[in-house]
Design a protein around this ligand. Structure first.
Ligand SMILES: CCNC(=O)c1c(-c2ccccc2)csc1NC(=O)CNCCc1c[nH]c2ccccc12
Length: 333
């Protein structure tokens, strides 16, 4: 089987990307954030207090003839940015891009934190990291991808995110028309439950390539590209009047400045993904005429994060094992 679903930026800064998902019988429609940095499929629900809702679509299990509560099961997730949600668990039919997962764990929120409440465009998340970090307790559940994987023509999904334009998540196949050149594969370390990999280095504009192992995760659920301080400083030291502005939460640049491209190395054949300078500016920072940089420090996080700023410059293959061990494929587009 194969699936294909369009994913769209939720705002003009490409802060996050949503895609349509149907849950239940009759189908209840949702716009969910596909997140390769977590492994819970959760939705706003009839259990979510009205003062924590802001127009989101809500899942009502009692209106679905195929919903079954997983008795005694609950979930509770907190993300590094301080946001969180928790609730009860149902199994129900979940359809994405023509692919149907019967008996998928649907995590209904009985509470959500403010950052989710305020994001009215997002009704919840579809976790696409490894099921080993799914938070349902006492019986851990599988992600949508792991649920449908046995039915897929190939055990892969691909992300093709775009700047201010609809992109695509495909399941079970690689669309050769969606990228240029060849796909460079690199091994994945999934020991922490993430799509972890090591980039071979970086390049600012047309300067020399800096060979440096940068270990991080491919994370569609994080907006920014979060890398070590030496990389971030090398980038912004080439931008006039860039400044590390604590009140803005990181590096800002003058909004009218043209920014250098940023490239990162993948695989062992010298392949690079290049983020055009124009995509390194996330728009007004909220203070003065400065704009917030798409590249920021991974500082004290403990991992580097190749978030949407990086991923939207590439066609990315999340391959869970067509060659035995999981791997990430990277192609320009
Ligand atoms: C900024 C969001 N990302 C993180 O917190 C994160 C971290 C992380 C850890 C410590 C400090 C900062 C970040 C490691 S992996 C990782 N990735 C994820 O957690 C991926 N899922 C993010 C889901 C998410 C968090 N807040 C939202 C608000 C709207 C839509 C989606 C979200």
């Amino acid at each position: 089987a194969k699936g294909s679903v369009v994913t769209t930026p939720i705002n003009s800064e490409d802060e996050a990307y949503d895609a349509p998902v149907s849950i239940g019988t009759p189908a209840q429609p949702f716009n969910l954030d596909f997140d390769t940095g977590s492994s819970d499929l959760w939705v706003f629900s009839s259990l979510t207090p009205s003062n924590e809702r802001n127009g989101q679509n809500i899942y009502t299990a009692s209106r679905s003839s195929t919903a079954k509560q997983l008795s005694g099961e609950s979930w509770k997730i907190s993300y590094g940015d301080g946001s969180s949600s928790s609730g009860l668990v149902y199994s129900d039919v979940v359809t994405i891009g023509g692919l149907t997962a019967a008996g998928q764990a649907v995590e209904a929120a009985s509470r959500v934190s403010q950052s989710f409440t305020s994001e009215s465009a997002t009704d919840g998340l579809v976790g696409l990291a490894f099921s080993s970090i799914n938070t349902v307790s006492p019986d851990q559940q599988t992600t949508f991808f792991d649920t449908v994987k046995p039915s897929l023509a190939s055990p892969v999904f691909t992300a093709d995110l775009k700047h201010q334009a609809p992109g695509t998540y495909n399941f079970g196949f690689i669309d050769k028309s969606a990228f240029t050149g060849s796909i460079t594969y690199t091994p994945v370390d999934n020991s922490q439950g993430f799509w972890g990999f090591t980039s071979t280095g970086f390049q600012v504009g047309n300067n020399d390539f800096q060979q440096e192992s940068i270990t991080g995760i491919a994370d569609t659920g994080t907006t920014l590209l979060l890398l070590p301080d030496d990389v971030v400083n090398a980038y912004y030291s080439s931008v006039n009047n860039a400044q590390n502005d604590q009140s803005a939460g990181g590096f800002t640049v003058p909004c009218d400045t043209s920014l250098p491209d940023f490239s990162f190395g993948v695989g062992n054949n010298g392949a690079m993904i290049t983020i055009p300078g124009s995509l390194m500016n996330l728009g007004p920072s909220g203070s003065g005429n400065s704009c917030f940089g798409g590249l920021q420090s991974s500082g004290t996080i403990g991992t580097n994060i190749f978030g949407d700023v990086a991923l939207k410059a590439a066609f990315v293959v999340f391959d869970s094992g067509s060659q035995g061990q999981p791997q990430l494929g990277w192609a320009s587009k």
